[in-house]
Ligand binder design. Structure first.
Ligand SMILES: [Zn+2]
Length: 98
């Protein structure tokens, strides 16, 4: 799967940026920043490099948060169980069709 530097949802451009300190600072490997329209991904730590599939899964997870915000379902976007289930299924689907 291709990880873009940015993607469009409706008329909004979402940037994909990388951090080396997200896990240390916030405790997770990826983040959807709603206010800045960007997805932040961390690719590795000194102790733990992430696999390509994990990074792809994280992008799809954060994009799923963005999808839900874009269609006006902010409450669903905050439901991590819902987002994880749906994004896992989207990831499985994309791996079969790309
Ligand atoms: Zn999430």
């Amino acid at each position: 799967m291709y990880i873009p530097r940015e993607f469009k949802l409706f008329n909004q451009t979402i940037k994909v940026v990388y951090s080396r300190t997200l896990m240390d600072k916030e405790g997770f490997f990826a983040k959807w920043d709603y206010n800045k329209n960007k997805v932040i991904l961390q690719q590795s730590t000194r102790k733990r490099p992430l696999t390509k599939e994990q990074i792809e899964g994280n992008l799809i997870h954060e994009a799923t948060h963005a999808f839900l915000n874009m269609i006006g379902h902010d409450e669903l976007s905050q439901d991590e169980v819902f987002v994880s289930s749906l994004s896992g299924l989207i990831h499985q689907f994309i791996m079969q069709v790309h």
